[in-house]
Design a protein around this ligand. Structure first.
Ligand code: TNX
Length: 512
């Protein structure tokens, strides 16, 4: 596993002088428990080895690659022995069952660093914590002086929600494979484990479909504003999926329908009820396009697309959009979804969709994603009562494309301004009337790209709000505390500086 990341990574070194020792109190998301032990710090040196077992070699290689860049040490990856006596051990044995399949235990002593987990995903999460316990300079892509001290102590940690998502709209503006990979690396640091890619919309179709090639070659040519867009070939998409997987992140592909489909309608005249292809559009209006509900060819098209996308996607979920279908009569909308939902199942995938889909006949496995600004929705509540789990993405809290305040250059404001505290101050388990914690599937932070042109723009909107949402999704509600959170968040600043992350220096956060 190459840990060097895409070539776009900025090469910003830390300030000169000895690297500052991190603190167990500064981990984001905050762990279930973190107990510092004074005088028990561990220092990584040129003699440090990384010890792995069958199943943990991938995480070991990832950690070694990450640490080699900045330390310049060889950090060989070796087979672990029964009892670690030195170095960093990544063990799939001896973890407490309470940490589950995604949690971990981390013990730092002067002689050893030991991470134990029940699954590789837990070790990977533990490695992200370890990363934050090293000085910010560890994120540098060039050799730094160190010393590479890790504060002594013990962490026991596991997530509140199994699904912690980040969504990226690559349709309104297209982002390159390297830009997506860089975002993957950035969200992995905060224990996000799903990347929802919004692959199609009115302004562009971003994934090659072999049975309908013009979707990408014609429908993907432009983007918002009329500038050149682009699309991922199937190999490029597979590359993104594999890269994300190497960071324990599962890609959820979204094909938005029956609305948000102008790019498809423009590419194939036969998909239109009147058999006339509309012009391509690069403005940011919503709610004007619809697939033709009463044509057989529509379902041939949808089945082909779902089959190809499902075949390229190892993850269990396929997102069918379903939002803002204002150009589709309600009766037709339900007819359409009731035909399409079984197609997803036939391809062995679990359907996700924006919460508008609750009006259809949902299998209980389907996951409606709540996106509105209110806290009560009869249809969503009814779906929860029928057994559907709800993914929480309330627009006025978790939408990373909303402006921070009136002077934010990027973003929209239809759901209000979202300062860092606003993004943090809500409880996914009680946010909606009639949707209890056990009915919540997880939390996801959407990032729509009408106004975002490149990775610097993505970073500015995601940081520091993405870590806020990530903490709500990972950390127990009992740890929720704005004042404590903003201190921890402030400690991430030097790290982002070294990583070259273009973050918003909110005045609500005491940056270090
Ligand atoms: C609403 S939220 C949309 C998107 C826009 C977004 C902009 C949702 C399911 N649909 O089409 O990009 O607002 O914030």
């Amino acid at each position: 596993v190459a840990g060097t990341g895409p070539a776009v990574r900025a090469d910003v070194g830390p300030a000169s002088g000895a690297a500052k020792v991190a603190s167990m109190q500064d981990i984001v998301p905050v762990p279930v428990t973190a107990e510092p032990a004074t005088g028990a710090d561990h220092t990584i040196t040129g003699d440090t080895a990384i010890y792995v077992q069958t199943g943990s070699a991938g995480v070991g290689d990832y950690l070694a690659a990450l640490l080699r860049r900045s330390t310049g040490y060889p950090l060989p990856v070796r087979s672990a022995t029964a009892t670690p006596t030195d170095g960093i051990s990544l063990l799939l044995t001896g973890a407490d069952q309470t940490v589950g399949s995604q949690g971990y235990q981390l013990n730092v002593t002067p002689s050893t660093v030991v991470i134990r987990a029940n699954q590789p995903a837990g070790l990977f999460a533990g490695v992200q914590t370890l990363r934050q316990l090293l000085p910010a300079a560890v994120e540098s892509t060039t050799t730094q002086p160190g010393p590479w001290q890790i504060p002594g102590g013990r962490v026991v940690d596991y997530p509140r929600f199994a699904y912690r998502g980040a969504h990226l709209d690559v349709a309104r503006h297209f982002f390159t494979v390297d830009e997506v990979k860089r975002y993957v690396d950035e969200i992995a640091l905060y224990k996000i484990n799903y990347l929802h890619l919004h692959l199609t919309d009115d302004q562009g179709w971003r994934i090659q479909i072999n049975s309908w090639p013009r979707l990408a070659t014609y429908g993907g040519e432009l983007e918002v504003g009329g500038t050149p867009g682009g699309y991922y070939t199937q190999d490029q998409y597979k590359d993104i999926v594999a890269y994300a997987q190497s960071r324990h992140i599962t890609v959820v592909p979204e094909i938005d329908m029956p609305g948000h489909t102008n790019a498809a309608l423009a590419s194939y005249a036969e998909l239109n009820c009147n058999n006339v292809a509309p012009p391509r559009r690069t403005d940011i209006q919503v709610g004007y396009s619809s697939l033709c509900i009463n044509k057989d060819i529509t379902y041939k098209f949808v089945a082909d697309v779902i089959r190809e996308v499902a075949a390229l996607t190892p993850g269990p979920y396929l997102h069918i959009g379903g939002d803002e279908a204002s150009a589709t009569p309600q009766k037709d909308y339900v007819t359409f979804l009731n035909k399409v939902l079984p197609m997803v199942q036939e391809q062995g995938k679990i359907a996700m969709g924006w919460h508008d889909i609750v009006d259809a006949t949902l299998p209980t496995s389907a996951v409606p994603q709540y996106w509105q600004t209110g806290t009560s929705h009869a249809g969503v509540q009814a779906a929860a009562r029928r057994g559907n789990k709800i993914l929480m993405s309330p627009a006025n809290k978790s939408y990373l494309d909303m402006k921070y305040n009136s002077s934010t250059r990027l973003g929209l404001s239809w759901a209000g301004y979202i300062e860092v505290q606003t993004a943090y101050e809500w409880n996914p388990g009680t946010h909606m009337t009639g949707v209890t914690e056990s009915q919540v599937f997880g939390v996801e932070a959407p990032l729509w790209s009408e106004t975002l042109l490149n990775i610097a723009d993505i970073e500015y909107m995601a940081f520091p709000r993405l870590p806020a949402i990530a903490e709500l999704a990972w950390s127990p509600q009992s740890t929720h505390n704005w004042n404590a959170f903003r201190q921890r968040l402030g400690a991430q600043g030097p790290r982002w500086q070294v990583m070259g992350v273009n973050f918003y220096r909110s005045s609500q956060v005491p940056w270090r």
